[in-house]
Write a new protein. Sequence first.
Length: 266
Amino acid sequence: MTEDTVFGRRKNAERSAQQFHQADSREQLFAELSAETRADPEALFTIEVVDHAQPGPALDERAQRLSRSGVTRTPLAAPDPAVLPASAATADAFHPLSRPPFSAAAGDVFVIPDGTGGAVLGHVIAEVFDAVYVAVFRRPEDVPPPADPLVVLATQPVVAGLTLPARFQPGMWEVVGTATPDTRRLLPAYSWGTAADGVQVTDFSGSRSRPASVVEAETVPRQAVVSPFFVDIAVRAVAGVVDWHPDFEHLRYRASPRSVDVFPEV
C-alpha cells in the first residue's frame, strides 16, 4: 500500500476530549508521536487510524467531510532529526543486550516493573518507522518451570499493542536480551475506512491491502497507536495494582485475525 494521508481519531488524557489527527503519511505520524513521547514519557493518548486518502480529490473530499464534523488537526512537536530509528537485531536464542535510551529494535526482550516489586517480560515483535509493536507476558514466576525467558515468550501475551519507545530507558523498560520474535503468531491485521467509502484490510506492515469482507469489516481491528505510559498502567492493572479501565481494552491481547491469515504467503 502506498503512503497517503492518514486520519486518526485521537483520544487524549481527558477521557471526554476526542479529536482527529491528520498526518501526511504513517511515517510522519509515528515521527511526530515519537517526538511527543520523548518530550513527555508519561503523555497519555491513543490514536486509532480510521481512514486513508490519496492526494487529490479524494483527500480534499474526506478532509472537507471531517472539517464539517468539527475535526481539527492536532498540533504536535516536530520530530528530532538527530534521533535515528534503531536497527533490527534478532537472534535464534536469548542473549544479553542493552540499548541506548529511547530506542528499541525487533527482537528486544525487556522488563516492565509491575508495581508490586516484580516485573513482567516484554518482547518487541516488530518495528514500524518510529513505533514498535510490543507483546507483554506474565511474570516468570507465574509460568510453570522451567521459566526461562524463551519459555515465557512462547506463552500467550496478556497485553499487546503498537506504541512508542520513549520508556525504553533505565528505571522504566530495560532491555535484557534479544530473541527471534514470533511474527506469524503475534502480528495482527488491521482495517480502515468507513461503510460509506468501503472498509479495507491491510497486513501489519501496510504494504498490502484489499476490500474487506463483511466478516473482516466487523472482526479485524483498527490500527491503534497508544501511549507507552498506557502500556505501563495496563501492566499494573494485570498485576492487580490498579483497576482495569475500559481505556485499556485496546491493549488486551486477543486472538484477532492475524496478518498472515488475511494475506497468506504465496
